[in-house]
Design a binder for this molecule. Structure first.
Ligand code: SF4
Length: 445
């Protein structure tokens, strides 16, 4: 039975030390009761509290890991909506390899997928897993495909093979690599035994909630805890509805059989529909989506969406505040200034590069806020920029005394000139895309 905030409070130290990030033990107890915090955030919790609160303080959705050297972690979510706190573990993207594709095509595909890495706002984006589906009459090719992935990649593997003995041999090649096994029929004792012997997760599949819950109970009681839920449906709308019911049951009703990450294999005919469906499911609670085709352009769109959804809304992505050289600047090169919101930094630095000049880009600490937000919050004003420039000793590094500020904050130019005696403040363009024309109009070199 779920414990109330008062029950939990009685077990806490009641010192109100604030080390958990909230001012009082009572406030922390309320957060724990609402599953918005974990007991481990209180460093002073007694052993008795840990034992008593045990299951009550467990995350309502289990964390499951797939892969060894480059593992994907999914689950451990605590909220329905990102703005309530954050989503912790981004949706894993698996690319399907079908054994009927043939060895040489599979090898080429594995290498291409392994090499696919794109950088966006300072983060590396890439697919996470391979789903190996055995659909060839030859059993050897299934094992060969597993070996090819092991040789060429560090990504985790999901095995999908209806033939038990072949699957067992395949799983033995991945012992202790935290592979997952996709079951498309009702789970049986022999599959559970296989998962235990080779340390695999089990992806349980069903069309109905009741059957899925029964399979989960059976698997758990037999000793396999790493489970994913694959509830299948006829269309994307229904899939979203079912995913929502599963997530809500786990978080709001504390229904333990549904407290596991969700998996979905997308089987639409058209590639475009496949990515559109993956995008919808990525937003609505899918922990892993498996794609049957590999398309670099559409994959990039999906990875970008994922990065946006899984960025912590309370912690904007930011770069280190410092002076960044763009190109090969000399002491006479121009100085630009902006904020340390990652997106702003990457757009501004890219446009300075596009303008063909070298420059010094001063990135001020605005706690990851963009230019106008930081200005409105008083974090990107003349006084703070001048203070930062002095802290980093910019005046000793450059001989130029001209500094270009973003056009949107032209109003700070007077203050900045007052705070930085000897400097001329130039109001730059409002949009970063106009930096190349600004550079031309100012004849900067
Ligand atoms: S860290 Fe523990 S003892 Fe301190 S206020 Fe939070 S709950 Fe209370």
């Amino acid at each position: 039975m779920a414990l109330s905030g008062l029950d939990i409070f009685k077990l806490l130290p009641k010192t109100n030390c604030g080390d958990c990030g909230v001012p009082t033990c009572m406030a922390f107890a309320m957060k724990l009761a609402q599953k918005k915090a974990e007991l481990s955030e209180c460093p002073h919790a007694s052993e008795e509290a840990k034992a008593t609160l045990g299951a009550a303080s467990e995350p309502p959705i289990r964390l499951v890991k797939i892969g060894k050297d480059h593992p994907l972690e999914v689950g451990s979510e605590t909220v329905m909506f990102r703005h309530e706190k954050t989503f912790f573990h981004q949706t894993g993207i698996a690319i399907q390899l079908r054994t009927s594709e043939g060895e040489s095509r599979l090898e080429q595909k594995i290498r291409e997928i392994e090499e696919y890495k794109v950088e966006r706002v300072g983060e590396q984006l890439e697919p996470d897993l391979f789903l190996i589906t055995h659909d060839s009459p030859e059993n050897d090719i299934f094992l060969k495909t597993i070996e090819l992935v092991i040789e060429n990649s560090t990504k985790g593997i999901i095995l999908d093979c209806a033939e038990f003995e072949t699957l067992k041999t395949g799983a033995s090649l991945l012992k202790d690599s935290y592979a997952a096994v996709l079951l498309k029929k009702t789970v049986t004792d022999e599959w559970i035994e296989l998962a235990k012997n080779y340390n695999c997760s089990l992806i349980l599949t069903s069309e109905s909630y009741e059957d899925l819950a029964t399979q989960v109970e059976k698997t758990k009681q037999a000793g396999v805890q790493n489970i994913l839920l694959n509830i299948t449906s006829k269309n994307t709308g229904l899939q979203i509805q079912q995913n929502t019911i599963l997530r809500r049951s786990a978080l709001k009703k504390a229904f333990k059989p549904f407290g596991y990450p969700l998996f979905n294999q997308i089987n639409t005919e058209s590639e475009f529909d496949m990515f559109a469906t993956a995008a919808a499911l990525l937003c609505k609670y899918e922990s892993i989506v498996a794609l049957h085709e590999y398309n670099r352009a559409l994959l990039y769109a999906l990875l970008t969406l994922r990065q946006n959804i899984y960025t912590d809304p309370q912690k904007p992505i930011q770069v280190d505040p410092k002076v960044y050289p763009i190109g090969e600047p000399t002491p006479e090169s121009p100085v630009f200034v902006t904020t340390n919101f990652s997106l702003t930094y990457f757009i501004v630095s890219g446009e300075i590069e596009n303008s063909g000049i070298s420059a010094h880009l001063v990135v001020c600490d605005t706690e990851g806020q963009s230019v106008l937000t930081a200005w409105a919050a008083g974090k990107f004003v003349g006084e703070t920029i001048a203070k930062f420039i002095k802290t980093i000793n910019l005046e000793q590094q450059v001989t130029t005394r001209k500094i270009i500020i973003p056009g949107f904050v032209s109003q700070i130019s007077g203050d900045l000139e007052e705070s930085l005696p000897g400097w001329e403040v130039i109001v730059g363009s409002q949009e970063a895309s106009d930096i190349p024309s600004l550079v031309k109009s100012l004849s900067l070199t």
